[in-house]
Design a protein around this ligand. Structure first.
Ligand SMILES: [Zn+2]
Length: 192
């Protein structure tokens, strides 16, 4: 049976680099892989770009109300790889899960688990519920401990409120942080 995979990690954990390597390996061996990205993420447009410079054009940009099976002939696919999977909706995750089983192909999704408030994205929640295999890709905090939180930085300040998806024009950066640094620098809680 085909499996649904969710590979998650904080910012800069090498998700996209690994994703591009997986796509490359499938294609090098003559397999037909579909690279999908939810349209809500405007970063990089229809191209997936890794921090170390590799890139590939997305085969399908999936709109919020799109059904994957309406857009492509699944019969022809050997595998589906999804970038920024935290932005999928519940129905899209369910469809990917059904595809992996009914068509017996691997569906490999990559994304963040939690948003900058430390809460699950809806796509990540659905993936945690449905995935057959969940893997964490590890990255470290600037203090060298394992990072868990994705902290949003706006105008040089750590943000503790705002929309889940940052609005266009407002340029925010992200930093991966361990729980101790998150409590100290973002929540600024010293004792309770
Ligand atoms: Zn730290």
């Amino acid at each position: 049976m085909g499996k649904l995979y969710f590979k998650y990690g904080a910012m800069s954990c090498g998700k996209t680099t690994q994703l591009l390597q997986v796509v490359y390996n499938y294609e090098k061996n003559g397999f037909n892989v579909l690279l999908v990205k939810p349209i809500v993420d405007k970063k990089g447009g229809d191209t997936v770009v890794s921090r170390i410079g590799a890139s590939r054009k997305v085969d399908l940009l999936l709109g919020e109300n799109d059904k994957l099976s309406d857009k492509v002939d699944i019969e022809k696919l050997d595998s589906i790889v999804v970038d920024e999977a935290q932005f999928l909706n519940k129905e899209q995750v369910k469809e990917l899960w059904l595809i992996s089983k009914l068509y017996d192909i691997p569906v490999i999704t990559y994304g963040l688990k939690t948003n900058f408030l430390g809460e699950l994205f809806s796509g990540s929640k659905a993936l945690i519920e449905k995935a057959d295999q969940i893997d964490e890709l590890v990255t470290i905090c600037s203090c060298s401990k394992k990072a868990k939180f994705n902290v949003r930085i706006v105008n040089g300040e750590y943000a503790s409120s705002g929309d889940e998806v940052s609005i266009d024009g407002i340029d925010s950066e992200y930093e991966a942080m361990c729980p101790e640094c998150y409590i100290d620098k973002v929540l600024k809680i010293k004792k309770i």
